[in-house]
Design a protein around this ligand. Structure first.
Ligand code: NAP
Ligand code: ZN
Length: 438
C-alpha cells in the first residue's frame, strides 16, 4: 500500500508489534498534522510486512516501542517512491515500473536523475547474457547516471542540494580490504556492489536499481562531481564508458603519448577510447565493422587510420602496426583476427564482455611476445580524476538523446551498432508529473 505525504489512511496501531523504534523524520510530517510511518520490514511476521501507518502527530518525532529490536530494518524501509523502466524477463524489452528507494541515511545523498546513458552492458544484463552475473528481475538498468542533488544526510560533507552529481557502476564496497584502501573498489576482495542487478550487502541486502529511474540514493563515497565545463547529458557516458577505457590506458601508461593505438569497435567505449588516445598524443587506428563510421572517425575523432575489419586486404596492410589495442567488441569474436595487428611486445586489452570465451592461438601470442589483458571499469578516485581531465580538456561523448519510452527501440538499434555513439535517456523530461521530485 502506498501512502502519499499528508494523506490520511486508516490507523492500524495494534499491528506494529515487530517495530522496535519508529522514528518519523520531519519531512514525513503530513500537511494535516499527521505522521506517516511504516511498520518495520523485519519480515518476521507476515502481518507487518509492508504495512504503513498514519498516526497522530504528538511530537516532532514519533517513537513507538514494541517487541523485536530491528531498528535498522525499519529505517531502511523508510523509503521514497520512484518510477523507472525495468526488464521483467530476458526478452530484452522493458516496461514502466514503480518501486521505492531507501531514504537518505546520514552518509547518503539522494538525487534527481536527469540523464542516464545506455551501456551495452545494460543490454547484456537485461537479456541475462552472462552466467557469471545472472539476472534478477525486475531489473532497472543504468550505470551512467547524472543528476542534481536534492537531499543529503547529516554526515555528508562534499555535496549539497543543487550540486551536479554522477554515479557509475559501483554503489558500495567493503572499504576495508587492500584494494578498497588503494581506491580500486572494482577489485574489492570481499565484494563491490553493482549499481543495479546486485544486492547491497553493506546496507540492507536489497536489490539495487539503476539510473533508468527518477531518483537515486547513494553513499557519498561513491558519488562523483561532474565538472561545470561538461554538458550534463553528454557527461553521462563518462561514468562507465569513459572510465572503462581511461583506466587501462592509464595503467599501461598510454598517457605518455607517442605510441600507436588501436581501438576495435567504434561504439560508446570505442568513441571514448579514441578521444582519450588523441588527448594523450597517440596515433589512432580505428578498427571497425562499419565503413559508415569512417568519415566521422577521421574528421571528428581525428583518427589517423581507419581499418574495416571485414576487409582482409585492409587488415593485412595494418599488420604489426600497433603498440596497444583496446578491444571493446560486445559480441563473440576471435582474438586471432586482431592479434597480428600488434607489433612485438604489443598489448591487447579486452574491455568488451562477450558472453562466450574468445579464441586465442598460442602462435599469435608467442610470435611477437604479445600480451592479452583485461580491465574492469575504474575505481571511484580514478573516475573523478577522469571526469576532471574531461572537464579540463572538454572531452565528452557524442550522444543521441532519447525519451525513456524509446529504450526498447534503442536496444534493438544497439544490437545493430546503429548509434553514434551513445544513447542517453532524458530521464527528467520523461518522468510522469506525479513522480517528479519537489
Ligand atoms: P557498443 O556501443 O554496442 O559498441 C560495441 C561496438 O563493437 C559496436 O559499435 C561495433 O563497432 C563493434 N561490434 C559489434 N559487434 C561486433 C562484432 N560481431 N565484431 C566486431 N565488432 C563488433 O557497446 P559498448 O557500450 O561500447 O560496450 C562494449 C562492450 O564492453 C560490451 O560487451 C560491454 O558489456 C562491455 N563493457 C565492459 C566494461 C568493463 O568494465 N570491462 C564496462 C562497460 C562495458 P563497429 O560498428 O565500429 O564495428
Ligand atoms: Zn557500462
Amino acid at each position: 500500500m502506498l501512502v502519499r505525504r499528508g494523506e490520511k489512511i486508516r490507523e492500524e496501531e495494534g499491528r506494529a508489534r515487530n517495530a522496535s523504534l519508529l522514528r518519523a523524520p520531519s519531512n514525513d510530517i503530513g500537511s494535516r498534522g499527521l505522521v506517516i510511518a511504516e511498520v518495520c520490514s523485519c519480515k518476521l511476521s507476515e502481518e507487518c510486512k509492508g504495512l504503513r501507518l498514519v498516526l497522530p502527530l504528538e511530537r516532532s518525532e514519533l517513537e513507538l516501542r514494541t517487541g523485536a529490536p530491528n531498528r535498522r530494518a525499519w529505517q531502511n524501509r523508510m523509503a521514497r517512491e520512484c518510477w523507472g523502466y525495468a526488464a521483467f524477463d530476458h526478452s530484452g524489452t522493458m516496461k514502466p515500473f514503480r518501486f521505492t528507494r531507501r531514504k537518505c541515511r546520514s552518509e547518503d545523498i539522494c538525487f534527481e536523475v536527469k540523464y542516464c546513458g545506455i551501456c551495452h552492458t545494460d543490454l547484456h544484463q537485461i537479456k541475462d547474457d552472462w552466467k557469471e552475473l545472472p539476472a534478477t528481475y525486475p531489473m532497472v538498468p543504468g550505470h551512467e547516471v547524472v543528476g542534481i542533488v536534492c537531499e543529503v544526510g547529516r554526515d555528508v560533507k562534499t555535496f549539497k542540494p543543487g550540486d551536479r552529481i554522477g554515479v557509475g557502476c559501483i554503489v558500495n564496497s567493503c572499504g576495508q580490504c587492500d584494494h578498497c584502501k588503494r581506491h580500486l573498489e572494482q577489485y574489492c576482495e570481499r565484494k563491490f556492489v553493482w549499481t543495479y542487478n546486485d544486492k547491497d550487502i553493506y546496507v540492507d541486502g536489497n536489490i539495487t536499481y539503476g539510473g533508468y529511474s527518477t531518483l537515486m540514493v547513494v553513499p557519498e563515497r561513491y558519488a562523483l562531481k561532474i565538472p561545470e565545463a561538461l554538458p550534463l547529458d553528454a557527461a553521462a557516458p563518462l561514468l562507465c564508458a569513459g572510465v572503462t577505457v581511461y583506466s587501462p590506458m592509464k595503467h599501461y601508461e598510454m598517457e605518455k603519448g607517442g605510441k600507436n593505438f588501436g581501438v576495435i569497435g567504434l561504439g560508446g567505449l570505442g568513441f571514448m577510447a579514441a578521444k582519450f588516445a588523441k588527448a594523450f598524443g597517440m596515433r589512432i587506428t580505428v578498427i571497425s565493422t562499419s565503413p559508415s563510421k569512417e568519415q566521422e572517425a577521421r574528421h571528428a575523432l581525428h583518427a589517423d587510420h581507419f581499418v574495416v575489419s571485414t576487409d582482409p586486404k585492409q587488415m593485412k596492410a595494418a599488420e604489426k602496426s600497433l603498440d596497444f589495442i583496446i578491444d571493446t567488441v560486445s559480441a563473440e569474436h576471435s582474438m586471432d583476427q586482431y592479434l597480428p595487428l600488434l607489433r612485438t611486445n604489443g598489448k591487447i586489452i579486452l574491455v568488451g564482455i562477450p558472453s562466450k570465451p574468445l579464441e586465442v592461438s598460442a602462435f599469435n601470442l608467442h610470435a611477437a611476445r604479445r600480451c592479452v589483458g583485461g580491465s574492469l571499469i575504474g575505481g571511484i578516485r580514478e573516475t573523478q580524476e577522469m571526469l576532471d581531465f574531461c572537464g579540463k580538456h572538454h572531452i565528452f561523448c557524442k550522444i543521441e538523446l532519447i525519451p525513456i519510452g524509446y529504450v526498447n527501440e534503442a536496444m534493438v538499434r544497439l544490437v545493430k551498432s546503429d548509434v553514434k555513439y551513445r544513447f542517453v535517456i532524458d530521464v527528467a523530461a520523461s518522468t510522469p508529473p506525479e513522480f517528479r521530485p519537489n
